[in-house]
Design a protein around this ligand. Structure first.
Ligand code: FES
Length: 107
C-alpha cells in the first residue's frame, strides 16, 4: 500500500487493463471507469456529466473518452470536457499500480 493518508482500494488486476482499454469498476459504491493510455492508468467517474450514459460504454481515443450517447468528450487525465455537448467536468481519482493490481483512492 502507498504510504499516504489516502484510502486506497484494490480495483482491478493490472493484466486485465490492456493498452487503449477502459473498464468499469465500482469502488466504495461509486461507479468508476479505469483507462490505460500510453502505459499509464487513469480513473474518472463512469457517468457522463451531460446525461446518464456510462463512459465505459464509450470510445477511448488517446487521452479522450467519447460518450456513447451524444459523442461529447472528456480528457481522462483531467476530467475536463473537450467536446460539446459536454460542458461540465467529471471527477478524476488518483490511481497507482503495484503488486499486479490497479489501486484507486476515491476519498
Ligand atoms: S450523455 Fe454524454 S454526451 Fe450526452
Amino acid at each position: 500500500m502507498p504510504a499516504d493518508t489516502k484510502h486506497w482500494t484494490q480495483a482491478l488486476e493490472s493484466a486485465d487493463l490492456d493498452e487503449g482499454a477502459h473498464w468499469p469498476v465500482v469502488v466504495e459504491g461509486r461507479s468508476i471507469c479505469l483507462y490505460r493510455a500510453a502505459g499509464a492508468v487513469y480513473a474518472t467517474d463512469d457517468v457522463c456529466s451531460h446525461g446518464h450514459a456510462n463512459l465505459s460504454d464509450g470510445y477511448l481515443e488517446g487521452y479522450e473518452i467519447e460518450c456513447p450517447f451524444h459523442q461529447g468528450r472528456f480528457d481522462i487525465r483531467t476530467g475536463e470536457p473537450t467536446q460539446m455537448p459536454c460542458t461540465e467536468a467529471i471527477a478524476t481519482f488518483p490511481v497507482e499500480e503495484h503488486d499486479g493490481f490497479v489501486w484507486i483512492a476515491v476519498r
